[in-house]
Design a protein around this ligand. Structure first.
Ligand code: ITT
Length: 196
């Protein structure tokens, strides 16, 4: 089976390759075609945004495309940043800008029980003819008081999964993160659905 990766985020691409490579035997994953313009992610849900990315890449490559859309839901912020995780601190925000904004907004909340959050990923394979297979993965945890660890990307330094507390995602090895992460869970569920 040959799939084209829809993500333009190289950090996500590394994780997707590692997880799906271990879950689907004989899978060939082609890189995102360089000539495809950035996809405007203006859907209202993770699934809608995954579909926008998968459709654009499947149409351009005329091959089935694998897309992932991920959100971080923080209860104390009413579910924000949610589907707006990439640009939470503004259009050209860096990972550090987004992390700083979340920490500033949560500064007054000191009880970890009131800092509950979860990552949610929707993954999709979409064929050029419109057929789709969709799966979701969630990991529950809390937001730290400050960044911890050097690994991972995005909000990893401030997210502690319940499964590995007190270590943040950034304090885990790549394999440890993939074994419990939103993306790992979503992609393994997708692999099962594809096998069916
Ligand atoms: P593509 O749309 O091109 O795939 P993106 O970076 O916009 O890349 P998402 O919309 O899925 O991807 O993710 C939004 C942001 O959420 C992303 O830029 C990171 O800041 C953050 N994020 C996603 N996955 C993450 C993870 O596993 N750990 C920490 N932060 C993550």
């Amino acid at each position: 089976m040959k799939l084209v990766l829809a993500t333009a985020n190289p950090d996500k691409a590394v994780e997707i390759r590692s997880i799906i490579g271990a879950s689907v035997y004989g899978l060939e994953l082609a890189p995102r075609p360089a000539e495809v313009a950035d996809v405007v992610e203006d859907g209202d849900t993770l699934e809608a945004n995954a579909r926008l990315k998968a459709r654009a890449i499947a149409d351009a490559a005329q091959l089935p495309a694998l897309a992932d859309d991920t959100g971080l839901e923080i209860d104390a912020l009413g579910g924000a940043p949610g589907i707006h995780a990439a640009r939470y601190a503004g259009e050209d925000a860096t990972y550090a800008d987004n992390v700083a904004k979340v920490l500033a907004e949560m500064e007054s909340i000191t009880d970890p029980a009131e800092r509950r959050a979860r990552f949610r990923t929707v993954v999709m394979v979409r064929w050029p003819d419109g057929r789709e297979v969709v799966a979701e993965g969630v990991v529950e945890g809390h937001i730290t008081a400050g960044p911890r660890g050097d690994g991972g990307f995005g909000y990893d330094p401030i997210f502690v999964p319940d499964d590995t507390a007190p270590r943040s995602f950034s304090e885990l090895s790549d394999d440890e993160k993939n074994a419990i992460s939103h993306r790992g869970r979503a992609l393994r569920a997708l692999a099962e659905a594809l096998a069916d």
